[in-house]
Design a protein around this ligand. Structure first.
Ligand SMILES: *Cc1c(COP(=O)(O)O)cnc(C)c1O
Length: 510
């Protein structure tokens, strides 16, 4: 095995957190080049300042006394280099897609090409003020209009709103539109059917919109069957919320028949589109009979995410639901682009101004640079990569649903030896330098380990990751204690996660 592919061997690791010796090096604040950092307030030294400027050689400007700030209590007094080092060091504590493989299932943590960042930072786009009159923001409006069209084309819907700020927000928009559609026909109805593999935001959205959530079981093979949907369908059901491919990574193969059953019963079908990365250029939810779907631009269309930054959750709808789209919508007329606010059936406005414009620019740049063939290739590679991992780990890790999956693969903890569980594997992966996959979701798999490699990873990266996973399964057999303690090579060891959440201590202590 090449040095690069070699899995680190820490059996009997001397670095277990409690065993760290009190040495001069530790006290001074470094362990090798793993830099420690204390809160900036603790760097403070009275009288230290961050600048030195030449003495004033002009009369000082007069400044009204009442506008002057007095002493600021506990303000850190630090030099410029203290500040720069403090924040630079903290920035190295972060793990992101730009630092390594991030196989967090359902989240599509793909690498986002920097050219799309550059596009979003173009001064004319980044500095575009939301109050700029329409006639002076034709470029921005044109971009939004064309993005609406591109997303409609990718998904097979008649119209798209870009307003919602995230997937969950798109769900809210979608279910509010479904509610408005039913109300316009006389009754909002009472229930929303949601399969047991759904993301938690689905039932939360339905409940928030005043619906009773009816969970329905997916079949033995992990997909929803037409028979089950027929059993639950009645004239109180407003909608079925389905994710396709679902959170097991499996394509809902009965989807057309399921949509027909719901439509015949007078209901509508909502699709959670978070997994669109498996389908681009291959299949269109609009063609499957879906009525409403949200996109997660920050997952599928090149906005970095995971740190709580802005996202966008556009929503596509059929012709019948288009009148209910939130306002304003960008429309194209002979004289140019315009924000259409004259939409009497719209569910209202969901976001200040027009939504998160910078995220739209990235998505637009991504779609234009990839082109139709590029998007299709991305989805094909995402599916291939997930199945490569499935094939390499199958047998060692238990596969609860053996059917071939699309862009992600879900294992369970069942085969792990030595009383080791999914959490132990996740923590041990950190020692090997990986962000853990999604764990304990979807809920239908006991001890789920949900891996989504995305299309942007090379075979070398996938091989190294698989070798770490296989080594960890072997460690569970030979040295389970180590797994129970993991991570053992990090700044902070295994945390009591309940206590950490309930009683956070935010001050650094040796
Ligand atoms: C990420 C995700 C959501 C929610 O999207 P946000 O943008 O995080 O609000 C909903 N459903 C599924 C399946 C997801 O993976």
């Amino acid at each position: 095995m090449s040095e690069k592919g070699k899995v680190l061997e820490f059996t009997g690791c001397p670095h277990a957190p409690k065993a760290v010796k009190e040495t001069a090096a530790n006290r001074i604040g470094a362990r090798g080049l793993v830099l420690r950092e204390k809160p900036i307030f603790e760097h403070s030294d009275p009288g230290r300042i961050g600048y030195s400027l030449p003495a004033l050689d002009v009369p000082p400007a007069s400044f009204p006394e009442e506008l002057r700030r007095g002493e600021v209590a506990d303000f850190p007094e630090v030099s410029e280099v203290d500040v720069v080092r403090h924040f630079t060091r903290l920035s190295t504590w972060n793990y992101g897609v730009d630092s390594g493989f991030y196989p967090l299932g359902s989240c599509t943590m793909k690498y986002n090409p920097k050219v799309n960042e550059a596009a979003a930072r173009l001064p004319g786009l980044a500095g575009c003020h939301p109050h700029t009159p329409e006639r002076l923001s034709q470029g921005a409006l044109g971009l939004m209009h064309d993005l609406q069209r591109a997303l409609a084309e990718i998904s097979g819907f008649a119209a798209v709103t870009l307003q919602p700020a995230a997937g969950a927000h798109g769900e809210l928009a979608g279910i509010l539109m479904i509610r408005a559609w039913h109300e316009a026909r006389g009754s909002a109805r009472k229930k929303v059917l949601i399969p047991d593999t759904a993301h938690g935001t689905n039932p939360a959205t339905a409940a928030l919109c005043g619906y009773q959530v009816v969970p329905i079981a997916s079949g033995e093979s992990g997909v929803l069957t037409a028979e089950t949907v027929a059993e639950y369908m009645d004239d109180e059901v407003a909608a079925l919320m389905v994710t396709n491919p679902n959170t097991l990574g499996l394509f809902e193969s009965d989807i057309r028949q399921i949509c027909d059953i719901v439509h015949q019963g007078g209901g509508l079908v909502y699709c959670d589109g978070a997994n669109l990365n498996a389908l681009m250029g291959i299949a269109r939810p609009g063609d499957m009979g879906i009525d409403v779907m949200h996109f997660n631009l920050h997952k599928t269309f090149s906005t970095p995410h995971g740190g709580g930054g802005p996202g966008a959750g556009p929503v596509g709808v059929t012709e019948a639901l288009a009148p209910f789209l939130p306002k304003p919508l960008v429309v194209k007329e002979r004289e140019g682009y315009r924000l259409d606010n004259d939409r009497p059936q719209a569910i209202g406005r969901l976001k200040a101004f027009y939504g998160n414009f910078g995220v739209m620019v990235r998505a637009f740049a991504y779609i234009r640079t990839m082109g139709g063939a590029g998007l299709k290739h991305a989805s094909q590679m995402a599916v291939l990569n997930a199945n490569y991992i499935r094939a390499r780990l199958e047998g060692v890790y238990h596969l609860p649903y053996p059917d071939r999956s699309l862009h992600e693969v879900v294992f369970s903890e069942r085969n792990l030896q030595g009383d080791c569980h999914t959490l132990d594997v996740a923590k041990r992966l950190i020692d090997y330098g990986y962000h853990p996959p999604t764990v304990y979701f979807p809920l239908v798999v006991k001890g789920a380990i949900m891996i989504e490699p995305t299309e942007t990873e090379s075979q070398e990266v996938l091989d190294e990751f698989c070798e770490a996973m296989l080594a960890i399964a072997e460690e569970a057999r030979q040295n389970p204690e180590l797994l129970h303690q993991a991570p053992v090579r990090t700044r902070v060891g295994r945390m009591d996660e309940t206590a950490a959440a309930r009683n956070p201590r935010l001050i650094w202590q040796e």
